[in-house]
Write a protein that binds this ligand. Structure first.
Ligand SMILES: *Cc1c(COP(=O)(O)O)cnc(C)c1O
Length: 356
């Protein structure tokens, strides 16, 4: 399809920009946002960049009652030579539409989404921070807006994109986090919505997250919903284990999220000739590897933190400390390489980086 015409209405009241040294995740939003509406029979229409503002919805809008909503998350970086680059945005539009499909939401044309994002970032380019480790977090999302309490797919939607400058995830370098292995609650089951990026998965995760916090653990490691035995993912990250030199991550099985950082880490490791396996891995296998000294490293992967080393696993009242609660060499190398490629400090051999 031809490039859409995106209208732009500039704010007359720009906000003061936050101190780049004191950015907090998800707290500050840029001056503008993108909105596009969908109506059955008309399709997606009126793509526009407007001043950041409240939206008004009928209280019967379906999103409030039945959770018909999906989202994405990606980042833009300012390079040393003052360009703005995105990391694999095509992958986000692809996944957005897979989530849309699962939630019976009409697809968004990836070219329209990409042009919307470019236009919005150009308008708010001053909001892309330049301090080391900072970036612009991008939140595309879709909500069902039809005011109708019947359980059926909505006939009206809004697609929006918000921008927020975010700080370095690790103020003092990579820090391992302790993780609680959850054996009461489950996150998702095969056939459910675990592989869609949808709000309900997060709402369902809060209870376990609270319990883990009370025990002093910062995240939950989810086990599969049927056997409570196989590793799924960590909080909002995919998870990797280095066991006896081989890196193992759970295979995409329909209930875990197909992370773009996960995919990139796998590609990178394979390019380094590090043995990798995508397969089912049980908690018992990890406990055994810990016992015999072959559980060498563990880390989570996701857009927000990129790499989050796991310092300990808490399972069945036992605490398995990994690599003396230190960041492993491979975790560091993966982190440095991916963040280096993302900010265009390192060459981009895989063609992952796209200039805005
Ligand atoms: C977004 C997300 C991830 C990580 O995906 P990335 O594309 O790497 O950011 C992992 N798990 C869940 C549940 C997620 O929502």
């Amino acid at each position: 399809m031809s490039k859409p015409t995106i209208s732009v209405t500039l704010t007359t009241n720009p906000k003061p920009r936050p101190d780049e040294k004191k950015l907090v995740f998800g707290k500050y939003y840029s001056d503008h946002m993108f909105i596009m509406d969908y109506d059955a029979g008309q399709g997606w229409h009126d793509p526009r960049v407007v001043p950041y503002q409240n939206i008004s919805l009928d209280p019967a809008a379906k999103v409030f009652h039945y959770g018909q909503t999906i989202f994405e998350g990606l980042k833009a970086y300012r390079t040393n030579d003052n360009r703005i680059v995105l990391f694999r945005p095509d992958q986000n539009w692809d996944r957005l539409n897979r989530s849309n499909d699962r939630l019976s939401i009409p697809a968004v044309d990836p070219e329209v989404a990409m042009e919307a994002l470019r236009t919005l970032i150009k308008v708010d380019h001053e909001w892309v921070p330049s301090e080391p480790g900072t970036s612009l977090y991008i939140r595309p999302f879709v909500i069902a807006t039809e005011p109708q309490l019947g359980v059926a797919p909505s006939t009206k939607y809004m697609f929006m994109i918000l921008l927020c400058p975010v700080g370095a995830y690790y103020a003092e370098g990579l820090n391992p986090v302790p993780i609680h292995v959850e054996s009461e609650y489950v996150r998702a089951v095969k056939g459910g919505v675990g592989n869609a990026k949808t709000g309900g998965n997060y709402a369902a995760s809060l209870k376990a997250q609270e319990g883990a916090s009370e025990l002093g653990y910062s995240q939950v490691l989810w086990l599969d919903g049927v056997h409570r035995k196989y590793i799924e993912e960590v909080g909002s990250m995919n998870v990797f284990f280095k066991v006896n030199g081989t890196v193992i991550t759970p295979a995409l099985n329909g209930s875990i999220l197909d992370g773009i950082t996960r995919k990139s880490v796998l590609q990178l490791l394979r390019s380094w000739d590090v043995p990798v396996e995508e397969r089912q891995i049980s908690i018992d296998e990890l406990v055994e590897a810990h016992r015999n000294g072959t559980l060498e490293e563990a880390f989570g992967t996701g857009t927000a933190a990129v790499i989050s080393p796991v310092g300990a696993l808490h399972y069945n009242n036992e605490k398995l400390v990994i690599n003396n609660n230190k960041t492993g060499d491979l975790s560091s190398r993966v982190y440095d390489t991916i963040t280096g490629i993302q900010s265009a400090v390192l060459p981009d051999p895989f063609g992952w980086v796209l200039e805005v």
